[in-house]
Unconditional design. Sequence first.
Length: 134
Amino acid sequence: LGPSAVAMIRLEDCPEPDRGDPAAQQVAQWLQRANIPYPLRREDAERAIGDYREAIALSPEDYPGARAMLADLFLTMNRLDDAEKLFREADPFHPEVIYYVEKFEMVLIKLGKFDEAGKLAERVHELESLYRRR
């Protein structure tokens, strides 16, 4: 979907999930709500944080992507301590996703944790080399 398709989706079109629905369906709905519209205003960001937390609470081990998505939002909001905590929780589930590793590295750089950020930069380089070979 292009930007125009995303702009047509409104929060009103995506109600909160029914608590009786399967967990996977509820997680998908919470994540969809969290990204509609992409949080640009403070109230949108606060609502999205709540939606991400709902998705995480439903089944934290089965749907770890919500942690990384929330960490990314916290990075955008410059809530670096919150972002670091969530990236640390999500990293074992997404060690091969370059996007999240780079975002985690960015948080560590902003926090002045340069040695640890350097290790993540090395991991990104290794991952990029692996992906190019395939």
